[in-house]
Design a protein around this ligand. Structure first.
Ligand code: AMP
Length: 498
């Protein structure tokens, strides 16, 4: 790891505000980077006054066609750091074939990368598409057939398409692995390898962007990259400078009450609230909603439409609170987000920095509140060590820290299983009773009418529904049955990761 010119903190594109010592010798304007007029205009329209460090460092070698290994988080301006050079390089030559592929770990990130592309492509003729699971295959198939130049895709859905001739991607010249560490965490490595095997063997520019560079990423970079330009590899772990961080020590059974109290007092404005599990996020969202605050949820059990609606509603101000789990929240970019609330302390410091990075983006300021119950103190101390300082602790005046709560936020797993067993038992005994009634009726020569209305499930209606499953849903299943892929990587299974 040779070059390292400053770090790229999460949350705010570093270098768009105060300069730091590491800026010496770095391009101070997009013009110096040699971007063409269309891209310069787009960058200006977006209000980007100067390149962030990762942009200043990555764009020149990327424009020169070199491979790139960049250590950069969401919030550093990394997306434009690879999109701008890709767009400039593709612009120089005729279009009509898919020539650049960006792989992203989540649907949200793929959608957001595509959106960023659209913003940057306002003044050029380059076309792009986002390809991810949870939505229909057909419009995506059409994009492949049209030969859009740039595709931002999640690995699972891309593989679904790649089994057909229209998506052979024989003309890919540039490949980006974005948030590579998260893709590996999510078990996408086998999928990535399968995609790579199917891409043309001819010389290709490959760029790998990752928030962290642990050993497996380094190993991957060795196999994928040829003499890469290495960017900001010695990154210091720290959230953005514009973020005020505060810890709220609170017993775990009073976290909901504390959150509602802070919302009532307007000490929390619009906020993304991060929760450990899907189940907890559901229950928490219900409770906040019941307390009178418009709330949306985003996690892997939600359909793509629900996720898109939740995010759009939150961005437009329809919802004041967005409850989210970590994995889908990576890459969520919300302008003017006032608060990030860690309802649960993240297990690893990286997630803390990522979550906190949702606020105070692009020179704004924001608050990151973390609720810490006594059993989370150890994890919190590890985070403080990682960010290199002790974070201020706050007691909320007038809040009853000794109150008793009646309703639990999370039904313990044992209780949930017991509840499911009881329900199943009840269903079975009702089915038995129905069957007995039916048999008695038949024995006494009664009519068969109404025999399907009993409590048994699995009748022909269910069978009919299953057989009418759309081909979009069926594709990953077919592939999994063939045993070619890990369960983790499918477009369907990806969604259940968070
Ligand atoms: P990213 O790290 O790519 O997710 O970008 C984080 C945010 O910074 C996005 O909202 C971008 O629009 C914004 N951004 C990217 N580059 C710049 C820049 N040079 N100046 C100001 N904002 C930027």
């Amino acid at each position: 790891m040779s070059s390292s010119q400053g770090h790229t903190p999460a949350g705010r594109p570093a270098g768009t505000g105060n300069s730091n010592a590491g800026d010496a010798g770095r391009a101070g304007s997009f013009r110096e980077l040699g971007l063409n007029a269309e891209l310069m205009q787009a960058v200006e329209d977006l209000g980007f006054t100067k390149p962030t460090p990762v942009q200043a460092d990555a764009i020149p070698p990327a424009l020169a066609g070199r491979d790139v290994l960049a250590c950069a988080m969401t919030g550093s301006g990394k997306t434009a750091a690879f999109l701008l050079p890709i767009m400039q390089r593709l612009k120089d030559r005729p279009t009509g074939r898919t020539r650049a592929l960006i792989l992203s770990p989540t649907r949200e990130l793929a959608a957001q990368t595509h959106q960023h592309f659209e913003d940057l492509a306002k003044h050029s003729r380059i076309r792009g598409a986002a390809v991810f699971g949870g939505v229909g295959m057909k419009p995506q198939e059409d994009a492949f057939r049209r030969g859009v130049e740039i595709i931002a895709a999640t690995p699972g859905r891309l593989l679904d398409h790649m089994q057909y001739d229209y998506a052979k991607l024989a003309d890919i010249e540039i490949l980006v692995l974005d948030e590579a560490d998260r893709m590996l965490d999510m078990g996408f490595l086998p999928d990535i390898k399968r995609i790579m095997r199917q891409l043309p063997a001819k010389a290709r520019q490959t760029m790998l962007f990752s928030a962290t560079i642990p050993a497996p990423i380094l190993e991957l970079s060795r196999t994928l990259l040829d003499n890469p330009a290495r960017i900001a590899v010695e990154r210091r772990q720290a959230p953005a400078t514009g973020v005020t961080q505060t810890l709220y020590p609170v017993p775990s059974n009073l976290k909901v009450e504390l959150l509602i109290e802070l919302l009532r007092r307007d000490e929390i404005g619009n906020a993304i609230v991060f929760c450990r599990t899907k189940h907890r996020s559901n229950r928490l969202a219900e409770k906040i909603e019941r307390a009178g605050f418009e709330t949306a949820r985003i996690h892997g059990n939600r359909s793509q439409n629900q996720r898109t609606e939740a995010l759009a509603g939150f961005k437009s101000g329809l919802y004041r609170v967005l409850v989210a789990t970590d994995i889908v929240a990576r890459g969520i970019d919300v302008e003017a987000l006032e608060h990030v609330v860690n309802f649960d302390v993240p297990n690893v410091p990286e997630d803390y920095i990522h979550r906190v990075g949702r606020t105070a983006r692009a020179e704004a300021t924001g608050d990151a509140f973390t609720f810490v119950s006594p059993d989370e103190e150890n994890d919190m101390r590890a985070i403080e060590r990682a960010v290199g300082r002790r974070i201020e602790r706050r007691q909320v005046e007038g809040f009853d820290y000794t109150a008793k709560t009646t309703e639990k936020l999370e039904v313990p797993i044992g209780d949930r299983i017991a509840e499911i067993r009881a329900r199943k038992k009840d269903e079975r005994s009702r089915a038995r009773a129905n069957a007995e009634k039916k048999a008695a009726r038949q024995a006494s020569g009664g009519s068969m009418s109404g025999s399907m209305s009993g409590g048994t499930s699995g009748g022909s209606a269910t069978g009919g529904r299953a057989s009418s499953r759309t081909s979009d849903d069926a594709a990953p299943r077919r592939r999994r049955r063939r045993g070619g892929r890990s369960g983790q990587g499918g477009s369907g299974s990806q969604s259940s990761a968070a």
